[in-house]
Ligand binder design. Sequence first.
Ligand code: ADP
Ligand code: TYD
Length: 207
Amino acid sequence: MTRQGLFLTFEGIDGSGKSTQARMLADFLRNEGREVVLTREPGGSDGAEEIRNLVLQGDPDRWSAETEILLFTAARRDHLERTIEPALSAGKVVICDRFADSTRMYQGLSRGDLRGLVDQLHDLMIGREPDLTLLIDMDPDMGLNRAKSRQGAEERFEDFGPELQRRMRTGFLELAKEFSDRFKVIDGNRDVDSVAADVKDIVSRVL
Ligand code: ADP
Ligand code: TYD
């Protein structure tokens, strides 16, 4: 019999506090004696990190919308095969900063309506959803300010500006209704510790 771990994802617009909360949750669960794999997308395996550089750096129009869906899905497939599935089979808790819901939003909505294509490719090549998705919901302008205050070369989507952030926020809230069995929405417009307390509550109940 294989042991099955728990697959948790954080979603939300850029700068909503996903990485911060994912890190804090990993620390909390490790302190409780659980084995945790903290990972992120795009990336999380050697091959997927290479693809990350291809999709997040350079000219924003480097890839067509369709090619971009293929690249994000290719990165996810590698990440799933090499990092996520082995950890879950070993009974670990996997905490992933973004997953397929981000592709449904960013590639599915930002350059025309490509959601159908994203879902088709997901069914074909990924075929699994997280056990629990924590959506950190927040004011898009605040999120953008937070994201912009970070330094770095990975500005790909943040550069599209406030309009896209607003559409992504609305889109994520709709996605939470569509997948209401696995989504929990958390108010991210609060201090780090208040958000973390909600995250702990929700995850502790599921565990
Ligand atoms: P994301 O991964 O969603 O883009 P981050 O966790 O990297 O977001 O947070 C973006 C920036 O905002 C970081 O500089 C982080 O320290 C800060 N930050 C995160 N959560 C909060 C919060 N609740 N209140 C204020 N600043 C925050
Ligand atoms: P991330 O490192 O989580 O950025 P941030 O911390 O600013 O939220 O993700 C990098 C960017 O990649 C982000 O703008 C969203 C985008 N992205 C997609 O467009 N599609 C995807 O499938 C994923 C996972 C991320």
